[in-house]
Structures are given as structure tokens and as C-alpha cells.
Write a protein that binds this ligand. Structure first.
Ligand SMILES: Cc1cc2nc3c(=O)[nH]c(=O)nc-3n(C[C@H](O)[C@H](O)[C@H](O)COP(=O)(O)O)c2cc1C
Length: 181
């Protein structure tokens, strides 16, 4: 592949000092010299999904960014045994327009437990027909124990696991690109 790969990362947590944002930062630092790595910060600016056909600038911008991306990295916590509403809402805006159909997506759920949100997000990504490879999904339980006091992911095995997910995402994008020629 000649052109630089475009990765867009989305955090399911909009909390300042989010550990999922720290996971995204770890992936960004690992991939930065190989890809264009953009963090989309606007999910909390999207209105509640209502399948409106009118032009809503925030929604159009979100959809355009997803279309532009060669691959998406989603990192999310679990809240109340489920997917954070703000992330589910964002994903719902792609259902009728299909920006994530066949799109290579890597999923990291970093939470205290997280297994229910992880399973639920994988189900949603299946509904969206995204291309989620078996080695592009990762559950990181007890995420805060794997971070330093200043909010950086420091645990070596966790960092390695994040890097493996990043590598898998790049591989899937490259394979998909090769198949399209
Ligand atoms: C209201 C609330 C509900 C939570 N519910 C869950 C839960 O059901 N499962 C879980 O694994 N963690 C739960 N947590 C813990 C969060 O996953 C944890 O705080 C995580 O670090 C948040 O992600 P962030 O650091 O990226 O914001 C909850 C936290 C809050 C504040």
C-alpha cells in the first residue's frame, strides 16, 4: 500500500483523564510514524439518534471522518454492565448510512470488568457489518491497575497487547486493500 493509512480512534469515555483515552494514546504512540492517527473527540456533540434525514453538521462531519478512515480503533469502558450510551448513540448514527460496513475495526474494552460491554459492542459491530478480526479485539480488565499515577498505561503485558491489536488493525486494512486490487 503506497498511501499512508488513516486510522481514526474513538473513546467511549468522554471523562477527562479517561483510561480509554490513555489506551488510545498508547496505540497512537506505537503507530504514529506508520499511519495518520486521528482521535475523534466529538461523540458527545452528536444529538441523540433519531434517523433524521436532515443535514446535521456534527453528524455529517462524524460520518465523513469515518468514511475517510481506512480503519477505526474503538476503546471503551463499561458502564452499568453495558456500553456507554454516548458511544452506542454515535454508532447508531451509522446504521442507515453504513459508514462502518466492511470497515476494519479494532475494539479494546478497558474497564474494571468490561466483559458485558465488550460482548455488546462486538454484537453491535456485527450488526453494522464491520470487519473485526479475531485478533483485533481485546478486553483489558482492571485497567486502572495497569496505569501509572499520571494516567499512562505502563504495564508491559498490557502495552504489548495494545500493540498487537494495533498491528492486527493495520494488517486487516492492508489485506482488505490488497483484495480490492
Ligand atoms: C457510574 C459508573 C458505573 C460503572 N459501571 C461499571 C460496570 O458496569 N462495569 C465495569 O467494568 N466498570 C464500571 N465502572 C468503572 C469504569 O469502567 C471505570 O471507572 C473506567 O476506568 C472508566 O473508563 P475511563 O477511565 O476511560 O473513563 C463504572 C463507573 C462508573 C462511574
Amino acid at each position: 500500500m503506497d498511501k499512508k493509512i488513516n486510522i481514526v480512534a474513538i473513546s467511549g469515555s468522554i471523562r477527562p483523564h479517561s483510561s480509554n483515552m490513555a489506551v488510545i494514546e498508547a496505540a497512537k504512540a506505537y503507530l504514529d510514524d506508520r499511519v495518520n492517527f486521528t482521535v475523534y473527540h466529538g461523540i458527545d456533540k452528536l444529538p441523540f439518534f433519531n434517523d433524521s434525514k436532515e443535514d446535521i453538521p456534527e453528524v455529517t462531519n462524524f460520518r465523513d471522518i469515518l468514511k475517510w478512515a481506512d480503519g477505526i480503533l474503538i476503546c471503551s469502558p463499561e458502564y452499568a454492565f453495558g456500553v456507554p450510551g454516548v458511544l452506542k448513540n454515535a454508532l447508531e448514527w451509522t446504521v442507515s448510512t453504513g459508514e462502518l460496513v466492511y470497515k476494519p475495526v479494532a475494539l479494546i474494552t478497558a474497564s474494571t470488568g468490561g466483559d458485558k460491554a465488550h460482548a455488546s459492542l462486538l454484537l453491535t459491530l456485527t450488526a453494522l457489518s464491520s470487519n473485526v478480526a479475531d485478533d483485533a479485539k481485546l478486553l483489558i480488565p482492571f485497567i486502572r491497575a495497569k496505569m501509572s499515577a499520571d494516567g499512562i498505561v505502563t504495564e508491559p503485558a498490557t502495552l504489548q497487547a495494545i500493540y498487537s491489536i494495533a498491528d492486527a488493525l493495520i494488517r486487516v486494512i492492508s489485506e482488505q486493500e490488497a483484495d480490492s486490487h
